[in-house]
Ligand binder design. Sequence first.
Ligand SMILES: C[S@@+](CC[C@H](N)C(=O)[O-])C[C@H]1O[C@@H](n2cnc3c(N)ncnc32)[C@H](O)[C@@H]1O
Length: 243
Amino acid sequence: MSEEQKRAVAEFWEQEACGERYGSEQDRIRYELEPEIVTFADFPSARGQEMLEIGVGMGADAVRWASHAARFTGVDLTERAVSITRTRLASARLTADIRVADAESLPFAEGSFDLVWSWGVLHHTPDSDRALAEAARVLRPGGRYAVMVYHRRSWVAIAAWVRYCLLRGRPFASLTDAVARMESPGTRAYTVGELHRRLAPQLVDLSVRPVLTHWDRRLVPVVARVLGDRFGWFLLVDGRRRG
Ligand SMILES: C[S@@+](CC[C@H](N)C(=O)[O-])C[C@H]1O[C@@H](n2cnc3c(N)ncnc32)[C@H](O)[C@@H]1O
């Protein structure tokens, strides 16, 4: 069942990589709409590091990371993302190892990287819990875990519930059901507590922080501003691998 779901996820992203609709403006629009990427990532911090990005998509972050890191490896479930990212890195004259691989079972030994980055990816794979643990497994002790996944208690999740559940006569369906209909099939969203419980065995200095996004502000501009980040769509997970 899970393999069937994974094929459906891969087929979805093979049709169109994330942000491909923006064409040559993808890079500019990405960081304009999601400025939190730059502050959270802190790209120059990769200097001298051996790093892995899980779910490279169109490779915008990959270009930035690879220009700082000592060694950059990027994986994605789809050939499309791998091909776009390789082309982009080659045009920037950057060397990297970019390949198709599954976040749920990474082809790297335990403790292979100083930094693991994944933005908007791990909630798309059928066994997201396993993918979250895999990202930590391949980190060296003390290595940085920097991941963004979707937040269930958010304005965007509520809007999805109204659209896919309430307006379709399913008022008793859950936020989990609603989010599963967003983007690729079976998308998952977490709470802060769930991520703390799941990652605490592998990570220290763990911080899980919601951030209000462009997508939340578009839905409820005034309320969102008053309430701040609390019900934001993105959860930024930052931590270090236990030694
Ligand atoms: C929303 S896009 C995000 C891509 C990129 N990180 C970005 O921010 O634009 C989700 C990406 O996750 C990839 N993906 C989904 N499931 C995956 C898995 N099990 N292993 C590796 N990549 C996966 C998809 O192929 C797609 O490129």
